[in-house]
Design a protein around this ligand. Structure first.
Ligand SMILES: *Cc1c(COP(=O)(O)O)cnc(C)c1O
Length: 371
């Protein structure tokens, strides 16, 4: 029995008929770009998130870039974000000409530590990008307080957190804008690339609609220099089918996480591992179940031997990446993020995983710690 980190095939087979029909219907319509599927999907996501607008784009990275541009962030500006995230969270900041400023993480939730943000705010700070890492919400209460106090924009990178909530509000709907990725492995994943920005700000929405289509105001009349960043009809049709199952799948992920919490708790009692922390104000959607241990290599090896996949998220924090050498960070600057990168290991946690598989995985993990 081999267990992958995520079983996309099993999921596809469970909804194959609906997906195939949706794709065929787009092929039959021969409407491939900017059609009814994209429009309907935007309306569905806006309604789901409780935002006035949802604007579909080509991927989650573009969603961040276009949201930053719509918030008028550019050269000379600083944007605060987490060093413990996928590269795009900070790459987008650099790509609009602004400077990423990294704030260390809270070792409990692995999200940016909101209590460390204020000391990094300068007169050039224009925005904060909280990342809801692994589907767990950042401390949005404190972040919104700071944003108000210092007049900063907040763009939530909710690529891993669609459907998560904080004090009842959906991920992406709390800041000035929120971004999603529909990369195939995300909680709502297409069969290719896709992304979305949600916002209740009319100007931000209008600007992104303009930018995603070359800055075109009316056919062949261009208001400004824009981009080509669109969600195609085939992806939108697939995503609309999968979206119907999102809440059900997120609930299943939460149940799997709870099962692991119970199965693995004795390890935490002995100080051998740390399980994903929870903020009581938040409802997490477990994009990944990431545990922490000083025995990561041994654990990965033992799991691998039994055909069980696991993954290191993330091996190197962003402030120490070669691409950001020019920012001048040194090892030791953000110790909590650096430590997490030496300990974090994701084990399989997806809706289709069975109880039996989880017990097997826990069993293998226990063998690592046997004397
Ligand atoms: C996946 C991801 C992105 C980028 O999304 P793409 O669709 O791959 O461009 C951005 N931020 C985070 C936190 C992600 O996990």
């Amino acid at each position: 029995m081999s267990i992958p980190l995520l079983d996309l095939k099993k999921q596809y087979l469970s909804i194959k008929e609906e997906i195939d029909q949706a794709v065929l219907q787009v092929l039959d319509s021969c409407k491939f770009i900017f059609g009814p599927e994209m429009k309907a999907f935007e309306d569905e996501i806006a309604a789901y998130c409780g935002t006035r607008h949802a604007v579909a784009v080509a991927n989650g990275t573009d969603a961040l870039v276009l949201a930053l541009l719509a918030c008028k962030i550019g050269p000379g500006d600083e944007v605060i974000t987490s060093p413990f995230t996928f590269f795009a969270s900070a790459e987008s900041i650099a790509n609009v000409g602004a400077t990423p400023v990294f704030v260390d993480i809270d070792p409990l939730t692995l999200n940016m530590d909101a209590n460390l943000i204020e000391q990094k705010i300068t007169p050039r700070t224009k925005a904060i990008i909280p990342v809801h890492i692994f589907g767990q919400m950042a401390n949005m209460e404190k972040i919104m307080e700071l944003a108000e106090k210092y007049h900063l924009k907040v763009i939530e990178d909710a690529a891993q957190a669609i459907g998560a909530r904080y004090q009842g509000k959906k991920a992406g709907s709390i800041g000035d804008a929120g971004t999603f990725s529909f990369f195939p492995t995300k909680n709502l994943g297409g069969y290719g690339d896709g992304g979305m920005v949600v916002t209740s700000d009319n100007q931000i929405a209008e600007k992104i609609r303009l930018l995603r289509f070359h800055g075109q105001k009316s056919k062949y009349y261009y208001q400004e220099v824009g981009y080509n960043s669109r969600l195609d009809e085939i992806q939108a049709a697939i995503l609309r089918v999968k979206f119907k199952y999102l809440d059900q799948w997120n609930t299943a992920r939460r149940n799997k996480a709870e099962t692991y919490d119970q199965l693995l708790k004795p390890l935490t009692d002995k100080g051998l591992a740390v399980l994903p922390g929870r903020d009581p104000k938040a409802y997490g959607v477990y994009h990944l179940y990431v545990m922490r241990t000083d025995h990561r290599e041994k654990m990965a090896m033992a799991l691998g031997k039994q055909g069980i996949a696991c993954g290191i998220y993330y091996p190197l924090p962003l402030h120490l990446q070669a691409a950001f050498t020019y920012l001048g960070y040194q090892t030791g600057d953000l110790p909590a993020a650096e430590e997490a990168c030496t300990q974090a290991l994701a084990i399989p946690c997806y809706p289709e995983l069975t109880q039996e598989e989880q017990e097997k995985i826990a069993g293998v993990i226990y063998t690592v710690f046997e004397p």
